[in-house]
Design a protein around this ligand. Structure first.
Ligand code: PLP
Length: 353
C-alpha cells in the first residue's frame, strides 16, 4: 500500500491464479493446462521463425491469425477479434459492452475473473444462483440487465448447457449482449459460434490455452457480429496496438493446421477423464458430469481442504476453492493417463480410503 494509490485500486480484489510452482517432479493438476505438447506444426513454425523479424513491430491487426481463425470456424474475418489470452479479450469486452445502467447478470458460481473485472470497471452485477445440482438455469436470467455472461461448459463445475437453451436465451434477451466463454468447449460441449451467424446479441470467446496446449503463448479470441468486433477493436486500439507478439500470432495460426493432432489429444484427455471419474467414484467421491478437461468432485466423508493438503504432501497439486457451497470440492485437471493413475494410487494411500 502506498499513499499514492488511488481509491479505485485500494478497493480492488485481484484474481488469484493457481500456483505455478518452481520445483520439478510435481504432478500439476491445478490450472487446467493441457498435459500434451503443442501440435507438431507449432514446433515447426517456431523452428522456422526468422528471428530477424523481431526487430519490427508485429502486425497490429494480427491478419495471419484472424484469417486462419475465420477459415477454421467458417466465419467472416470481420467477425474475429484476437487478444493476449482470453482473459484480455474478456477484460476488453467488459469495458466495451457491460458498463451499462442495468446490472450484469452472471452465475453465482463461475469463472472468478468476471467479478474482478466488474469491480475494476465499477460494473454493477447480480449473481444468479446455480440449481442444486450445479446447473445454469437460463430462465432465471429473464430480468432487466446490462448484459449476461457465463462460461459454457461452466467452471469450476464442468457442466455444459445445450445450444438450444442458449439460442432460446438469445431470442428472449434482445436488449443486451450475451457473452459465452467457451474456454473448455473442445472437451465435449457444442460451440455457440454457429449462433453468431444468426444473432447479433451474442459474442463467443475461446482460447488456445486449454485444448491447444498454448497457455504460455497467451492467445484468445472472440467471434461475433462485425459491429461487436468493431467495438472491441475500438477499446483495444485505445489501450495497446500490439497485444499479440509475432511468436504468438505465428504459433497460434500454425496450431489450427493440425486438426488430427488436435482431435487425438482432446480424445486422450476425454478418455482419461472418464477413467478417472470412474476410479474416483469407487473411492467414495461423487462428481459432476464433466464436459471439460477437469473434474469437480467431493468425497462423501473427507473435507476438500484436507484432501488437497494430502495430495500436496505427495507432490500432486489440485485446486480447492475456499468458497461457501463448493469448499468441499476439488477441481482436478486431467493430465496424462499416467498422471491420473498416480493420482488414484496416491489417494488409495490415504488412511481413510
Ligand atoms: C482458462 C480460462 C480462461 C482464460 O484463458 P486464457 O486464454 O489463458 O486467458 C477464460 N475463461 C475460463 C472459463 C477459463 O477457464
Amino acid at each position: 500500500m502506498s499513499r499514492y494509490w488511488s481509491d479505485a485500486i485500494r478497493d480492488l480484489t485481484p484474481y488469484t491464479p493457481g500456483e505455478q510452482p518452481k520445483v520439478d517432479n510435481l504432478i500439476k493438476l491445478n490450472t487446467n493446462e493441457n498435459p500434451y505438447p503443442p501440435a507438431p506444426a507449432v514446433v515447426e513454425a517456431l523452428n522456422n521463425f526468422d528471428t530477424d523479424r523481431l526487430r519490427l513491430y508485429p502486425d497490429p491487426d494480427c491478419g495471419v491469425l484472424k484469417d486462419a481463425l475465420a477459415q477454421y470456424h467458417k466465419v467472416e474475418r470481420h467477425s474475429v477479434f484476437v487478444g493476449n489470452g482470453s482473459d484480455e479479450v474478456l477484460a476488453l469486452a467488459f469495458m466495451a459492452f457491460f458498463r451499462q445502467p442495468e446490472p450484469l447478470l452472471l452465475p453465482a458460481t463461475t469463472y472468478s475473473f468476471y467479478d474482478v473485472y466488474c469491480n475494476l470497471y465499477n460494473i454493477d452485477y447480480q449473481q444468479i444462483p446455480l440449481t442444486e445440482d450445479f446447473r445454469i438455469e437460463l430462465s432465471d436470467y429473464a430480468q432487466p440487465n446490462g448484459g449476461i455472461i457465463f462460461a459454457n461448459p461452466n467452471a469450476p463445475t464442468g457442466r455444459a448447457l445445450p445450444l438450444n437453451e442458449i439460442e432460446a436465451l438469445l431470442q428472449r434477451n434482445t436488449e443486451s449482449l450475451v457473452i459465452v466463454d467457451e474456454a473448455y468447449v473442445d472437451f465435449g460441449a457444442d460451440s455457440a459460434i454457429e449462433l453468431t451467424r444468426r444473432y447479433d446479441n451474442v459474442l463467443v470467446i475461446q482460447t488456445f490455452s486449454k485444448s491447444r496446449s498454448l497457455a504460455g503463448m497467451r492467445v484468445g479470441y472472440a467471434i461475433g457480429h462485425k459491429d461487436l468486433i468493431d467495438g472491441l477493436e475500438r477499446v483495444k486500439n485505445s489501450f495497446n496496438s500490439y497485444p499479440l507478439d509475432m511468436l504468438a500470432i505465428t504459433t497460434a495460426a500454425a496450431s489450427l493446421q493440425d486438426e488430427d493432432y488436435f482431435q487425438q489429444t482432446n480424445q486422450k484427455i476425454i478418455d482419461s477423464r472418464e477413467w478417472t471419474a470412474q476410479q474416483l467414484e469407487q473411492l467414495g467421491f461423487e462428481g459432476l458430469p464433466s464436459a471439460t478437461n477437469f473434474l469437480f468432485t467431493r468425497h462423501n466423508t473427507l473435507a476438500g481442504a484436507e484432501l488437497m493438503s494430502f495430495l500436496r504432501s505427495h507432490n500432486i497439486l489440485v485446486r480447492h476453492f475456499n468458497k461457501p457451497g463448493i469448499d468441499n470440492y476439488l477441481r482436478i485437471t486431467i493430465g496424462t493417463q499416467q498422471e491420473m493413475e498416480a493420482l488414484i494410487n496416491t489417494l488409495k494411500q490415504h488412511p481413510a480410503l
